[in-house]
Structures are given as C-alpha cells and as structure tokens.
Design a protein around this ligand. Sequence first.
Ligand SMILES: [Zn+2]
Length: 321
Amino acid sequence: MSKLLALGSQGPAVFDLQAKLNCHPTMLPRLTVDGLFGKKTQGRVLEFQKDKKLAADGIVGPKTQGMLNESLQFPPESFLQCANCLPENKGNVMLIRSLFSPIIDQSRKGLRNLFGFSHRSNAATPAASIAGVQVQPLDPMQEAMAINRFGTSLDLTNIFITDKSGLQNRPFTVAIPSKSNGPTTILLNMGSLTPPGDDLVHELAHAWQAQHHLISVQFMDNSIKSQAAALALNTPIGLFDAAVRGHKGYPAFYPYSPYAYEPGKKFSEYAGEQIAQQVQRNEAAITAHIKSVAAGKHDPDNALSLSTPRIEDRRKATVKI
Ligand SMILES: [Zn+2]
C-alpha cells in the first residue's frame, strides 16, 4: 500500500513527486526538488488535479499518483540522452549514493573486490544485488565497445552498470569517491544490464570525464548548470514565440539545449553534455582527444570543459544535436 503524500510529508517519495510535477505543464513556478512537501508543492498538486479532472484536495493518493505516472509516458525526445542534466534527478542520485557509498567504503579496492568480480568479467559473472539494485561490471562485449570508442583511456575496472534508471527512465551516471583512499567508483545507471550501445557510450563519456578530473563529480555539476542556463533562456523566449512554445522540447531543451553543439571548436570549448553527445555521435576530433589521454591522468582540457556551463541554439543551421 502506498502512503498518502500531503502538506508536511517529506522523504524520497516527495523528491519523486516534485520531479514528476516539474515535468508537467504549469502556470506556477518550477519546484525546488528538496523532498519537503510545502505550500508550493501543494499548489502544484492542486493545479495538476484540476487539470486532470481529479478531486482537487492537494493530497497525493493512488489516483493522483497513477495519473502522474501515466501522463509521464510521452515519447522521450531522442536528443535528450541522459538524466544527468536534470536537477529533478537529484533524488535518484542521492538514492544511489546512499545505497552504494557505505558498501564501497568497506573495501579500499571498491566494488570489484568486494563481490569477487574478476578483472576481465565474462557473461557468466552474476550480478550482485544491493538493496534491490542489480550491479555488474561491463561484460566482454561492452568492454569491446568501450575500447573501440575510448581506446585505453578508461579504467574499466572501476566502472559498473546498474539496472536503476533516472527520471523519465533515462540513464544517469554517478561518481562515488572513496572515503578511504580507494579509487572512485563509477555507476552507469542504465535501467538495464544490457543497454543499447549508443546510451552506453554516452554514459561512458561521463565516466571518462570523472576519471580525468581532480574532482570526479564535477561533470554532474556542469550538466545541471548547463541545463539551468537553457531553461532560464528558453522560458521567456517561448512567452513571445508560439512556435517555440509549441515545440516538444520547450522549455527544457528548446530552442537552447545543453546537448546541442557546433562542430569544429576546441575540446575545452564544449561543456560536459556537449562532449558526451559528440563521443556518442563519434565526432572524429573529439574522440581523438578522448583516446589520447592515458587512463587515470588529469586532463587540463577536460577541467576547462567542465568549468563552464554551455548551451547552443538549435535553430542555428550549424548546430547539431
Ligand atoms: Zn549526459
């Protein structure tokens, strides 16, 4: 039985609720996803219930919850690859951190040692389960795919796939630095242990960003700030332009998007999602740089790339996504 959520409720279920509310059209301010059901969250629940012709009581029970989930099942925009840039995904990031951090910290050598995963895994390696989340090292096919795109620039021994997914069932990547001088563990939360290759390459690019930066979680900060910049610019443009307002990517990913990029610039002139997108698209100059950095080495170009949030205008003919 699911618990009712109402004014004063708090916790993971409220994170989830606020994130979903932010994905629905509204005349009210965007919610801060903080897990606290206050007056603003209540206002958004009332608005949603009226929109959907539900009894408007501001309380989230099975009917309102069901309608929230159902109306989220719109076809995802194909250019939006991961949930890393969605501030509303914070609840998922916190959940993964809270599940894995204590376990990783038990072992200086990380998850691989703890579960006895062999260095070169094989398809028969059983997944471990942590509080219901399945976790596994890359299988030989996935490793081959990683080496094809990244050369030897990734330390694959500390990268794992889980079957958890983020907002709108999109993948998201979390770096978990060890508190006891062990290596940083990277979890690619793909929604499946055998995800599509394109998605895997995109998330592996975030793993690369984590492994070649002094602060392994910097890519997450950069992604979220880029997204915030796009949203801040897009919202007022749509108020005056009906075509913009009617685009399915508006207001989060159209006309400005953190995934869009203009080819031909220096590596350091693209932000985190723009790099991940280009690795996925196999843009030659970007993948050449990716491959040229030795595993475990700090990359000044990566540091510059992740220091500035960036977006591009998808209405420009030279901009790709
Ligand atoms: Zn991404």
